[in-house]
Design a protein around this ligand. Sequence first.
Ligand code: MN
Length: 240
Amino acid sequence: MRRPIIGIAANEIEDAGARLYHLPISYTPCGYVKAVQNAGGLPMVLPVGPPELAKDYIDQIDKLVLAGGQNVSPSLYGESIQVEEALLSQERDQFELALIEEAVRQTKPIFAVCRGLQLANVALGGSLYQDISQLNDTKISHMQVPISREIPTHQIRTEETSILRKIYGEKTTVNSFHFQAIKKLAKRLKMTAISEDGIIEGVESKDSSLAFLGVQWHPDFAYDHLEQEMAVFRYVVEKL
Ligand code: MN
């Protein structure tokens, strides 16, 4: 049987300078690539490009993975930038919005991580909090730096009969590396995991014409340390 082709939307960065003299690099974190390979899928990294290429890329793949990275441009949900030093990429936003639109049109499943979940929510009509540390007066930190990326730091509770309940059980702990979070959830999506301070941490599709799973934590940071974070990639490759 042919391996499922999993398209992973890439990011761009400039080398810090020590090795490659500030060379601009197109990349995705190895966690996505290795976890998809371990799960029996064939990862295909999709470099940031003009939105017109989205259809040709989606034609080639079976499923789309949206990775973490920059903040989503607030203009996409009708707000001005309210955070200092907001790290944005309009080019990546526009390319990934086109990938999402085309994947939805072709009914190809989408697995979205962190920024990917935020962008997909915006693409489907939802909105975001730009910085949850400003609204959140509980003791939960959603940005765990400098704690190591594979270490879970806060609890979540999953909804009954959700995909996430099957993989993670009713309660578990996850890592957390986000400033932004979902404010208004898009109509076609439902919340299926929540943190103790009420932040939406997991999202799935409400309607059968859209296969969607999104998580606010990073399974790609922990797939080789925690069985449940590898299990979610197996679910994506085999079942989503
Ligand atoms: Mn979190």
